[in-house]
Design a protein around this ligand. Structure first.
Ligand code: FAD
Length: 455
């Protein structure tokens, strides 16, 4: 039984936000029933995105609705507020939140008061001031970006198939990915595989007409699966005719020409930027301590250093890795840590409310699995190295076991089973991004121009 009514504010509805709220719902079931505790989750979208499935969503193996988890359904004992925290004053225990309603009414942000804060806004793409990147780059962190990229790639194949201009055709069939972490490698692997398959339905586009280029500044890709498996991935991608360039940086993409620092120039309509993440800018709008990389400084118990009643985890937090041999090591920003840290935060908030001792977060990274297209993969888990079909199979089994809710597991499994029985989906629904275009044309207005300039 808690001493007095506690208002818990969770900022972010991603891995950390959703799993913390789920844990709190379970741990504080009786307190919630008695009205002693109130949990509010503030997040811009009404769903949690299972990011490891984004590459498969881009390839069309999983439909976009099944990559996301509806927060209102799973967090049925919490208040879910669709909005964005703009500023947090922890000294006063208040957060300024904008919602669709505050935007509509032109009112300023709403002030939410709290007793316990869980700050988990995740990260955003880490970009560099590369000329042309802001205008032409495409990110790969959200379901909208993944589906947008899928539509865009198929659209480029349609453009290449119908143009008579060889320069336009060449640029349309050139796809540049910058950044060799799992987001970039999996997205490229899945999309290349999908485009290679789709090419069989085009009378004048062959897989060898397409150029897929992976640009990585360091000497290796996919560090998450270890050095040896990273080297295997380079060999495997090159075997598929993918141009993997290590020790290489993108210098410019002005006028839709990707210029690399090794002197190569690729006219292209597709530059996908997956070169790392940085903590969410909201953190700068708080009175909480951050490290030199902008992450919230945390203790091993996941409180924010030097504060009480403030907690953080996931991509936004610098959490000491107590299992590491080297002192000062922090846990890597990935889902494996985020999910486990969320459970510890949930438990520790319950302990705090009951006056009990806190738990320490300790998890040794067990390795990773990555998909490189249908039936292709690479993995290193608990020191075991797998490649090809077994790794791909393990990737699917692992993520099926991890995707939240039985409902999502069943739907994803059904989709995979059906796509094994029938042909793959190769349709582009890019027009969904402009649902009013047809009507506006009929009504005599001007159709909207594509911001990506892809058609
Ligand atoms: C394509 C891709 C593939 C990946 N694959 C893997 C993988 O295979 N294995 C793995 O371990 N990790 C993987 N990751 C990384 C993993 O998804 C992240 O580490 C994890 O999502 C971090 O969890 P988080 O809760 O900190 O952030 P997120 O899950 O990103 O959640 C942050 C939440 O905060 C919300 N938010 C943002 N701003 C505000 C605001 N102002 N107010 C309120 N809410 C806000 C966001 O909308 C979001 O809901 C992948 C990432 C990507 C992009």
């Amino acid at each position: 039984m808690v001493k007095e009514r506690a208002r818990i504010l969770v900022v972010g509805g991603g891995y950390v936000g959703m799993y913390t709220a789920l844990r709190l719902q379970r741990k504080l079931k009786q307190e919630l029933k008695r009205g002693e505790v109130e949990i509010t989750v503030v997040t811009p979208d009404p769903y949690m995105t299972y990011q490891p499935f984004l590459p498969e969503a881009a390839a069309g193996s999983i439909s976009p609705r099944h990559v996301v988890v509806p927060l209102r359904r799973v967090l049925d004992r919490c208040h879910v507020v669709i909005g964005e925290a703009e500023m947090i004053d922890h000294a006063k225990r208040t957060a300024a939140v904008t919602t669709l309603a505050t935007d509509e009414e032109g009112a300023g942000p709403e002030r939410l008061e709290y007793d316990e804060l869980v700050l988990a806004p995740g990260s955003i793409s880490r970009t560099l001031p590369i000329p042309g990147l802001a205008e032409h780059g495409i990110g790969f962190k959200t379901v909208e970006e993944a589906i947008g990229l899928r539509n865009h790639v198929i659209e480029q194949m349609d453009i290449a198939s119908s143009t008579r201009d060889p320069a336009v055709r060449d640029a349309a069939l050139t796809f540049v990915f910058v950044g060799g972490g799992y987001a970039g490698v999996e997205a490229l692997g899945e999309l290349e595989d999908m485009a290679r398959y789709a090419a069989r339905y085009y009378h004048n586009v062959e897989p060898d007409d397409m150029k897929w280029i992976l640009v990585e500044a360091s000497d290796r890709i996919l560090p998450e699966v270890g050095e040896e498996m990273g080297r295997y991935t380079v060999t495997e991608l090159r075997r598929r005719n993918i141009d993997v360039r290590l020790h290489t940086r993108l210098e410019s993409c002005v006028d839709r020409v990707a210029v690399l620092d090794d002197g190569a120039r690729f006219p292209t309509r597709t530059v996908v930027w997956t070169a790392g993440v940085k903590p969410h800018p909201l953190l700068a709008g708080t009175d909480l301590p951050r490290n030199e990389h902008g992450r919230l400084k945390c203790t091993p118990q996941l409180t924010i250093e030097g504060t009480t009643h403030a907690w953080a985890a996931g991509d936004a937090a610098a959490v000491p890795d107590v299992t590491a041999e080297k002192p000062g090591t922090e846990t890597a920003p990935n889902a494996q840590h985020a999910v486990r840290q969320a459970k510890v935060i949930g438990d520790n908030i319950a302990h705090t409310l009951r006056g009990e001792d806190l738990e320490t977060y300790a998890h040794k990274y067990v390795g990773s699995v990555a998909s490189l297209g249908l039936h292709k993969g690479v993995a290193q888990v608990y020191g075991r190295k797998l490649k090809g079909y077994p790794a791909w199979f393990m990737h699917r089994v692992y993520h099926l076991s991890r995707v939240p809710t039985f409902n999502r597991k069943a739907r994803v499994l059904a989709e995979w089973t059906l796509s094994g029985l029938f042909k793959r989906e190769i349709v582009s629904l890019g027009s969904l991004e402009h649902p009013r275009a047809e009507f506006e044309l009929a009504a005599g207005g001007k159709p909207p121009t594509d911001p990506k300039g892809s058609s």
